[in-house]
Design a protein. Sequence first.
Length: 156
Amino acid sequence: MYKKKSWREKLADAKDCPKVVDIGPKMSKRWGEGTCAIPAPADVDAIMKRVPKGKLITINEIRAIVAKNNKATIGCPITTGIFAWIAARAAEEDLADGKKRITPYWRTLKTGGELNAKYPGGVAALKKKLAAEGHRVTARGKRVFIADYEKSLARM
């Protein structure tokens, strides 16, 4: 019988990554030419863990760090987003198990400073955590953002 992996197990599963691949013809129309770094889930988690209280990072900044660390043109947009989500779920597992220091996933924003509704607790929980760290949350239609998020970006 198949046992479903925990989020921490998924975070620890490197899947032969990190690795760098050539940007193929289909991807080059959107991403240009060069190479694409595909991180391991733990690599994304490690970057997220380095964001201090009161500071923020976006998925694009994480992608840039992944690319730089692997000497690639870009960091993979798909896997980086998925692995940030896995890191958030693994952090909640840690919290449920009584750990005090978890990955501060709420400090990782989508492009443009938007809150990621797919993170644990959804937008309501993220708003509460971010407001407690001094960030001003604003709504634009149904989407929620951190006002002036650029001023709070972590320099990594």
